[in-house]
Design a protein around this ligand. Structure first.
Ligand code: GLU
Ligand code: ZN
Length: 464
């Protein structure tokens, strides 16, 4: 690792105009992972300069989305609108060092300019009318424009896209300050990225042209540019740019659908980045493996089935403490229930088909007696099966060794003596113990419920 790598600072810079969508979450994840990998810092900047469109709800959605994904910034968020004076100060500095100029062209004049260019089949650009004026009248409204060099080219060495070259004569003089006194997006981003010491800007490739503009401003100010990595946007399964139609929802929605944060990080990581053939990995592995050079140049497609499969993997492999917290929240369980939950999780998580399914399969543990049997369970209570349960019950009451071996030996002996098969009493007992069936076998259920509760549940049905 070189010394410059030890000071890596990345940022995620969402505009709070909507929820944290899946593309934003991936940008945040890559920026976060890159910082983690290089022991750098990951910062959050809320780009809320558009006061009309920015909302407090959107800010909260972004913060809670990041929090849920455990993409924790290393410093309190920077709110871009609070830096507006600093942005104006830089514009002043650019005016006084001839890097910018005041433009007093009216809207009508600009419209006319545009129409004329269109009619002549020329590119629509500001024609530089005010560029070389020595002074402008004080009382006219003005914008401030960047005095971009008309010669040469601006070259961007993007870590994903490679070299991007734009002839400077293709770019017109960008507005830095609007006539209402508000700085524009590209100027604000440059100043903030500079002031925050950002070394690597990782974001969607819809910002690639902005990056060229931003590079010009960095160069003009003689500030060193950050490295840029523009990631291809995520596409839907049909190959079109991701939209709501494809289920491009806020990360909250994925939380509600039962995705684990670990699974989301895994799946999002694979959207555009790869490490050999590895599909399923931990966040630790991802951080260790992450490399901007391994980000693909073509857009990744969102695949719900793969996303579900990733989730199932992480539930089945899941850390039981983390799973327990999620289940306790969903089932509104008290802390006292945790021990019981923890005893069942290792067995049940392996059978899980989804988070909802995991939770459903754990519910039986916390039911109050007498438990309700669903229709299917009730229908299974046929006399030919119940008689076997009745027969085994007194002996089961006497069983001392209520553990894995004890229970298995007990039933082994019972079946042998009575020439019975497990199918002749197991499934029905399973329904009596759970009310709705279970992916676990009856021995496991007896073990998890404990002797007292198991016998009581069986008796509730037998005595009815
Ligand atoms: N605020 C911009 C957005 O939400 C991102 C700006 C940036 O990453 O430079 O698209
Ligand atoms: Zn002008």
């Amino acid at each position: 690792m070189t010394s410059s790598e030890t000071n890596i600072i990345t940022r995620f810079a969402p505009s709070p105009t909507g929820y944290l969508h899946i593309g934003g979450a991936r940008t945040a994840l890559f920026s976060w992972a890159f910082a983690r990998k290089h022991q750098g810092k990951f910062l959050l900047r809320i780009e809320d300069t558009d006061r009309e469109r920015s909302t407090e709800d959107a800010i909260q959605a972004i913060l809670s989305g990041l929090d849920w994904l455990h993409l924790t910034p290393d410093a309190p968020p920077v709110y871009q609108h609070q830096n507006i004076e600093r942005h104006r100060e830089v514009i002043e500095q650019m005016l006084s060092s001839d890097l910018a100029y005041k433009c007093t062209c009216t809207k009508d004049a600009l419209d006319e300019m545009r129409e004329k260019a269109k009619a002549e089949g020329k590119p629509i650009r500001y024609d530089g009318t005010c560029r070389n004026k020595l002074s402008v009248p004080d009382d006219l409204p003005f914008t401030v424009r960047f005095k971009a060099s008309p010669e040469g080219a601006t070259i961007l060495e993007d870590l994903v896209q490679g070299y991007v070259t734009v002839e400077n004569n293709q770019l017109d003089d960008l507005i830095l300050l609007r006539s209402d006194g508000t700085p524009t997006y590209n100027l604000s981003v440059v100043v903030d990225d500079h002031d925050m010491g950002i070394t690597h800007v990782i974001r969607g490739d819809d910002h690639l042209t902005n990056a060229v503009r931003q590079s010009q401003i960095f160069d003009a100010l003689k500030w060193s540019r950050p490295a840029y990595a523009h990631i291809p946007l995520i596409h839907g399964p049909d190959g079109a740019k991701l939209s709501k139609r494809h289920g491009a929802l806020g990360v909250e929605a994925y939380k509600d659908m039962g995705f684990l944060p670990e699974a989301m990080r895994n799946y999002l990581a694979r959207l555009g980045w790869s490490h050999g053939d590895d599909e399923l990995f931990s966040t630790e592995e991802f951080i260790n493996w992450f490399d901007i050079a391994a980000i693909g140049k073509s857009p990744a497609r969102l695949d719900m089935e793969k996303m579900q499969a990733t989730n199932i993997h992480h539930i089945q492999q899941g850390n039981e403490d983390i799973l327990a917290d999620i289940v306790m929240e969903r089932l509104a369980l008290s802390q006292e229930s945790k021990a019981k939950l923890m005893s069942a999780l290792p067995m049940i998580k392996k059978t899980a088909k989804s988070l909802d399914n995991l939770i459903d399969n754990l519910r039986f543990l916390f039911l109050a007696r007498p438990i309700e049997l669903n229709d299917k369970a009730l229908q299974s209570l046929t006399e030919d099966k119940l008689v076997n349960v009745r027969n085994v019950f007194p002996a089961l009451q006497k069983l001392e060794a209520w553990d894995e071996d004890g229970i298995a030996n007990f039933f082994g002996q019972f079946m042998e003596e009575n020439e019975l098969k497990l199918g002749q009493f197991g499934p029905v007992m399973r329904n009596m113990l759970t009310g709705s069936g279970s992916p676990l076998g009856v021995y496991d259920l007896l073990l998890l419920l404990g002797k007292e509760e198991s016998l009581a549940r069986l008796e509730d049905v037998l005595s009815n």
